[in-house]
Design a protein around this ligand. Structure first.
Ligand code: CDM
Ligand code: ATP
Length: 312
């Protein structure tokens, strides 16, 4: 008799960069009030989900050895949360193929959690709508709703309340992965410490930046990129200053620390320039590895047969 190998549902999840990250004061619940303009980037993770008797997690790809394969993994928590919600057992074998650097400020773990919610909704035929998935996502982490949403969006609250932002054209990015990661809570704590000591300048509102996005104008967008967490990330990892300088010297329009860092991202005027900047940065020895990406791209989505064959 032929045994049928169950076919996995495969979900592609994007990374993110905060084009604008305004950090307000510490709230009583331990979170900071944010104003974030997110953009989803083509550098992403793939999450494979296959029916199984038990819950299991395997990880391969970039930084796989530093990712937990137990309850510490956000995909495990996502599967348990969804199973509880559906009143069923959390039987699924999950394989994550990492493309997003771990602890890099690009929401890799959040993207995997978003992918798991989308994939299990399909695999278990739960029929949950987008709003229900967003609500579950927000329980898992502040960045999970955006990695579900994708494209370009304005996030408020702790980053989980989202509104779409009009963005014309594709923007081209060079991504410089740093040696070692930074812990998100540690970077927020460092910002609180810097603010208690003095008054590091705060970025203003993102109105002008949103106009540049609507116009699809990379030259106008470049000087408007801003991240209140950058000072804290640089304070914890001063060598990132060299990386940021090297990208601009190599021909990028601007460079910024992504979210809580330490990944640095560089906006370039077009794809060819991005490839040139990437090559030059690789030779400068200021980071661990370089990637080229574009954005905006959609949020976590199931790959159909055609895209399984053509995407990578
Ligand atoms: C830095 C960003 O990536 C910007 O998009 C996010 O704010 C972080 O999102 P995340 O990694 O999903 O963060 P969570 O897992 O929700 O929170 C981790 C920790 O980061 C800090 N945190 C996070 C979000 C926020 N608005 N204020 C915070 O102070 C808190 O110490 C929190 O305990
Ligand atoms: N699926 C996952 N992928 C990567 N790390 C995970 C995952 N699940 C849990 N983790 C743990 O979470 C930590 C932070 O990982 P992650 O890659 O999500 O950070 P990040 O990109 O800086 O997050 P963010 O930008 O949302 O603040 C890792 O050090 C790891 O121990």
């Amino acid at each position: 008799m032929l045994s049928v190998v169950p076919r996995p549902v495969i979900v592609r999840a994007p990374s993110k960069v905060n084009l604008h990250l305004g950090v307000g004061d510490l709230r009583e619940d331990g979170y900071h009030e944010l104003t974030s303009v997110f953009q989803a980037l083509s550098l992403g993770d793939d999450v494979h989900l296959t029916e199984s008797d038990a819950l299991s997690v395997h990880v391969r790809g970039v930084d796989a050895e530093s990712v937990p394969t137990d309850r510490g993994n956000l995909v495990w928590q996502a599967a348990e949360l969804l199973a509880r919600r559906a009143g069923r057992a959390a039987g699924v074998a999950i394989t994550i193929v990492k493309g997003v650097p771990v602890a890099g400020g690009m929401a890799g773990g959040s993207a995997d959690a978003a992918a798991t919610l989308v994939g299990l909704n399909e695999l278990w035929r739960l029929g949950l709508d987008r709003a229900e998935l967003f609500e579950l996502g927000a329980e898992l982490g502040s960045d999970v709703p955006f990695t579900l949403h994708g494209m370009t969006a304005l996030g408020t609250g702790r980053g989980e309340k989202l509104l779409p932002v009009l963005s014309r054209n594709s923007f081209h990015w060079v991504i410089a992965l740093a040696k070692g990661g930074l812990s998100t809570p540690a970077v927020f704590r460092e910002l609180d410490r810097l603010r208690a000591e003095g008054n590091p300048p705060r970025i203003g509102d993102p109105d002008e930046l949103m106009h540049a996005l609507a116009a699809g104008d990379a030259d106008a967008l470049a000087p408007l990129l801003g991240n209140d967490l950058q000072a804290a990330a640089l304070s914890l990892k001063p060598e990132l200053r060299r990386t940021l300088r090297a990208g601009v010297t190599a021909g990028a329009l601007a460079g910024i620390v992504s979210g809580s860092g330490p990944t640095c991202v560089f906006l370039c005027s077009d794809e060819d320039t991005a490839v040139e900047v990437a090559a030059e940065l690789a030779g400068a020895g200021v980071c661990r590895t370089i990637r080229v990406a574009h954005g905006p791209v959609p949020g976590a989505r199931v790959l159909d047969d055609i895209s399984r064959g053509t995407e990578h």
